[in-house]
Design a protein around this ligand. Structure first.
Ligand code: SF4
Length: 333
């Protein structure tokens, strides 16, 4: 029997090439080995969002990108966190077995407090409990994580372990599937690629937009004239060639070092490579976007399938916690 993978991602709208070569391609590959549950965690987004104006649109655009990239709704469950309200229930029940000290020690909580001192909300403290509920509700056994997320997963394992020791084993302890998410720097060559830094290239961008964006990329700052030899190892355009122009990467590196190629031409090659890599994706996206209501159908079906699992889990949890369930009432009358 295949193990179940759970992974959640915040609704961040149209995805960029950093998301694509990291999380999305990994999501697609995991489908071959696992039963995958992929969730757009819109409630988590509320812990840091001041403005919720774009959540609906962002969710739609993100799911369209996921589907066009190859996440298959027949094989995987794709749904929106808030469409399965049982996660809020499990979050509350887990909050009763989670010592507050565990949550206050979480490094990302401390960072968020510094980043948003005027919005230290209760949800921010409880974030790891909700994350645990996300995974446990679907009895997720495997969670793909980067090394930086390991402490969060360890906390989830501790909460699950504590619940199991108090009430009997209901949940598997989720295992980390350490995934080498490549760090893709943005076009500024300094920050991680991100919409918020405006240093990104959207995977759904037109070929012209891709070329325009690539031309703005910062290169080796020591290379001021075309005749200066370059240092590809410190150039972010070169790093991007590693993902998109794999077959020619050595040639480009040595041409750069010998000043055989200029940065403008090098960027043109990169733009062409990104565009040819993304061509099938763009065609699929356009085709899916032309089907009225398609994303809605996928998410409705995903929510139904996810909720069926969630209802069973909640029933089992309440049974173990000895709560009087509505289904018991008949017997009481
Ligand atoms: Fe970077 Fe290419 Fe210019 Fe070399 S030639 S510095 S790899 S952009």
């Amino acid at each position: 029997m295949r193990k179940r993978v759970f992974s959640g991602a915040r609704p961040t709208g149209r995805q960029h090439i950093g998301n694509y070569v990291g999380a999305i391609q990994n999501y697609v590959a995991l489908q071959d080995e696992y039963d995958c549950v992929y969730c757009i965690v819109d409630i988590h987004a509320l812990t840091t969002l001041g403005n919720t104006e774009s959540i609906r649109e962002d969710t739609h655009e993100m799911v369209l990108d996921w589907l066009a990239a190859g996440i298959d709704p027949q094989r995987s469950i794709i749904f929106v966190q808030s469409h399965v309200p049982q996660v809020m229930e499990l979050h509350t029940l887990f909050s009763m077995v989670t010592p507050l000290g565990w949550l206050l020690r979480v490094p990302t909580f401390k960072e968020k407090v510094k980043m948003q001192p005027d919005n230290v909300n209760y949800g921010l403290v409880g974030y790891p409990v909700l994350m645990t509920a996300d995974i446990a509700l679907y009895k997720g056994e495997v969670v793909p994580v980067g090394e930086d997320q390991l402490p969060h997963l360890e906390l989830a394992r501790e909460i699950v372990r504590r619940f199991n020791s108090l009430f009997g084993v209901v949940f598997p302890e989720p295992q980390a599937k350490l995934t080498n998410f490549p760090l893709v720097l943005g076009l500024d060559g300094v920050q991680k690629m991100s919409k918020s830094y405006d240093n990104h290239i959207e995977i759904s961008a037109s070929p012209q937009e891709v070329s325009k964006r690539v031309m703005t990329a910062v290169t080796d700052p020591a290379r001021r004239y075309r005749s200066d030899p370059g240092h590809p190892e410190i150039c972010n355009v070169f790093r991007l060639h590693n993902f998109f122009t794999e077959a020619r990467v050595e040639e480009i590196g040595s041409e750069c070092r010998s000043a055989g190629i200029g940065c403008v031409d090098c960027k043109k090659i990169l733009a062409e490579s990104i565009n040819s890599n993304l061509k099938p994706f763009r065609e699929r996206r356009a085709s899916l976007a032309s089907k009225p209501g398609y994303v809605g159908q996928v998410l409705a079906d995903g929510a139904d399938r996810a909720e069926a699992i969630a209802k069973d889990t909640i029933r089992e949890v309440k049974e173990r916690m000895k709560l009087l369930q509505r289904t018991d009432l008949e017997r009481l009358r």
